[in-house]
Design a binder for this molecule. Structure first.
Ligand SMILES: Cc1ncc(COP(=O)(O)O)c(C=O)c1O
Length: 375
């Protein structure tokens, strides 16, 4: 199987740990192990008793039980834990697609959602999240894209990078159309629990449709990407078994320590998600004020969910803008071209971190410099 370089991950490999100020991360502010222990009585003592053998390849029973609690219709046996969400994208595609199959994928999107499918010899049909419509994809196009041969429909709401979310009834009709065309839904829900105030959360796809696969992770709204704990939830056990058979050639099973800490975090989920919701609320307001005050310089659609937005320069190229922001102000923004050649004026900004206000102030100063240099 041939896979192209993962542009966004190569960019982070180069800059994430050297850039002075990170302003494009898609994860939320993290916790220390001590912060987590403070939320869960007895957790520290439990960790020191933990045995470090191989773990259950489906995920620890306590972890699958805690994950099942995030859904309406899911039991622990409907959950397959993975090392990060990324591994589960791979096992889903490899378990579902054969050469010559087609899959519909929103664009822009997290690159592995298209490129793993293409690497397996499938055809990925792009479903445009249109900036002219606040990044809503066109429902009228979906039937034609699903066509006769599509095996799967990939959805990703809240959407990376735009933060777009449909209304629940529109989401339900996406699943209905996939069902009518015999396509299985792979719903990348890694940004679940980060909806903006007043935006209705979506039901999980696996609760609406028994063939649908929902993807979840501790990385984003929980702010715990270092655990590398992701999962899929799906009521179709044969689909899960096919994915498990592929996982045996990848991680086999997860880290006992990570799974233990993920159980702690899920037990403390109200506190962790509440803290994140407050931070995102504050940062989202700053983000909107920033771009509304600079409407002559940027196109901006307020994100309805997620931890990122995808603004665009009214004139000029975002590669040059992001490069200068890094060199002149030490700010890491992510050029839209990493999502594909059709996004040259766009860049990704992330607002899930505690230093967002301070970094946004720096970006304001940099914008003055950029504007003056072009006057
Ligand atoms: C939409 C989407 N899916 C999957 C992933 C992979 O998540 P993880 O890094 O936790 O494996 C990401 C990471 O940014 C993402 O944005």
């Amino acid at each position: 199987m041939q896979l192209p370089p993962f542009r966004l991950e190569r960019f982070f490999a180069e800059h994430e740990f050297t850039a002075p100020r990170l302003l494009c991360a898609s994860d939320g502010e993290t916790l220390s192990v001590a912060d987590l222990f403070a939320l869960v009585p007895g957790a520290e003592a439990g960790l020191s008793r933990l045995r470090l053998g191989y773990t259950d390849s489906r995920g620890a029973p306590e972890l699958r039980e805690a994950i099942a609690g995030l859904y309406e219709t899911i039991s622990p046996d409907d959950v397959l834990v993975h090392v990060g969400a990324e591994e589960a994208i791979y096992t889903f595609m490899a378990a579902t697609l054969a050469p010559g199959d087609a899959v519909v994928v929103p664009t822009p999107c997290y690159q592995s959602l298209t490129d793993v499918a293409v690497g397996l010899g499938a055809h990925a049909s792009a479903w445009l999240c249109d900036p002219a419509w606040g990044f809503a994809p066109d429902m009228a196009e979906l039937g034609a894209l699903l066509g006769g041969r599509s095996r799967a429909l990939v959805l990703n709401f809240p959407h990376n990078p735009t933060g777009y979310m449909p209304a629940p009834e529109v989401f339900a009709s996406m699943l209905e159309m996939a069902r009518e065309h015999g396509a299985r839904v792979f719903s990348d829900e890694v940004y679940r629990f980060s909806e903006a105030e007043g935006v209705a959360p979506l039901p999980a796809a696996c609760d609406l449709d028994e063939r649908a696969v929902s993807l979840g992770v501790m990385s984003k709204s929980f702010g715990l990407p270092g655990l590398r704990v992701g999962w899929v939830a799906c009521r179709d056990r044969e689909q899960l078994a096919r994915m498990a058979a592929i996982k045996d050639y990848l991680s086999i099973c997860g880290s006992a320590v990570s799974e233990y800490l993920a159980v702690c975090a899920l037990r403390a989920r109200e506190a962790i998600l509440g803290r994140m919701r407050e931070l995102l609320g504050r940062n989202r307001a700053l983000l909107a004020d920033f771009f509304h005050a600079r409407a002559g310089m940027f196109h901006f659609v307020p994100p309805r969910g997620g931890l990122t937005a995808f603004p665009g320069l009214v004139s000029g190229d975002a590669d040059a803008f992001c490069r200068a922001a890094l060199h002149e102000a030490g700010l890491l923004l992510l050029p839209g071209r990493l999502y594909g050649a059709q996004w040259p004026e766009r860049f990704r900004i992330g607002f899930g971190r505690a230093d967002f206000a301070e970094n946004l102030k720096k970006l304001g100063e940099f914008c003055q410099f950029w504007d003056a240099a072009r006057a």
